[in-house]
Design a protein around this ligand. Structure first.
Ligand code: 5IU
Length: 276
């Protein structure tokens, strides 16, 4: 059977990337394919939301560069929460520069992303050198990389031949690139006759997920967990404002209820896909 209809546990056993295996295992353990994207600007609110949604998620997605009162103690707390609640961390850094520069951005600066983020991502626009640059830092640490093959926004340029090239780049770096940020499964996309894609299993993590809204005023477009997981074959739903609303003070019970609602919807959509 194709990965689309296999369980997360079956797929974990075969994955060559340590970060991907860890993610698939935690998904199975917690029965959660929910990633919460925590786009808030104050450290206390950031950590409070993560502590609140922690039990319901497999993964927390961060943009640490938007935190106004950031220092490395935020990372120490984040790592504690990751251990307490059993989730992985994904800094949504969207690297896009030449190999030498992204290696510096990934390892150093204020944020030292590679030292704490199990997963990060990159735009394929510079070509394969962005992967080798990031791999020089991330591979020795057992990290994993996602390429941005598609985006959820209206008018995105990441379509057609660009998306196919992204998949070819990933196929040539299977030890470090374990999947994509995309809106659908990418099995065999852009493959030629000489590519062996029969067992190909790229993980698809998908933003632009919402149950109560179809978009925002700045070009975001939302689909439901069922559309994303059952119909399009994606593996992880990424939800931000659908769970914590506008931000500000955290209503713990409301955020918990939304996190559990999305976890349940995402899991039901997966069970439907695999025919259970
Ligand atoms: N994000 C998208 N769409 C994309 C990519 C990333 O929304 O195509 I690539 C990010 C932006 C934000 C989160 O951090 O995912 C979605 O947040 P909301 O669920 O609040 O829209």
């Amino acid at each position: 059977s194709s990965p689309r209809t296999q369980t997360y546990a079956q797929r974990a056993a075969k994955n060559p990337n340590a970060a991907a295996r860890a993610l698939l295992e935690v998904i199975e353990r917690k029965k959660s394919n929910l990633c919460v994207s925590v786009d808030v600007t104050k450290r206390d609110e950031f950590l409070n939301i993560i502590d609140t949604v922690g039990p319901y998620v497999c993964l927390i997605k961060t943009h640490v560069d938007i935190i106004e009162d950031f220092d490395l103690s935020v990372i120490e707390y984040l790592k504690e929460l990751s251990a307490k609640h059993d989730f992985l961390i994904f800094e949504d850094r969207k690297f896009a520069d030449i190999g030498n520069t992204v290696a510096l951005q990934y390892s150093g600066g204020v944020h030292k992303i590679a030292s704490w983020s199990h997963i990060t991502n990159a735009h394929p626009v510079p070509g394969p050198s962005i992967i080798t640059g990031l791999a020089s830092v991330g591979k020795p640490l057992g990290r994993g990389l996602l390429l941005l093959a598609e985006m959820s926004t209206k008018g995105s340029l990441a379509t057609g031949a660009y998306t196919e090239e992204a998949v070819r780049m990933a196929r040539a770096h299977r030890d470090f690139v374990f999947g994509f940020i995309a809106q659908r499964r990418m099995d065999g996309v852009g493959a030629t006759d000489t590519d062996d894609v029969a067992d190909e299993d790229f993980l698809i993590l998908t933003p632009g997920v919402g149950l109560d809204s179809r978009g925002d005023a700045m070009g975001q477009q939302y689909r439901t967990p069922k559309e994303v997981v059952t119909e399009s074959g994606c593996d992880v739903i990424i939800v931000g404002r659908g769970i914590y609303g506008k931000g500000g003070s955290v209503d713990v019970q409301a955020v918990q209820a939304q996190a559990e609602r999305y976890r349940k919807e995402g899991w039901a959509a997966y069970l439907e896909r695999i025919g259970q």
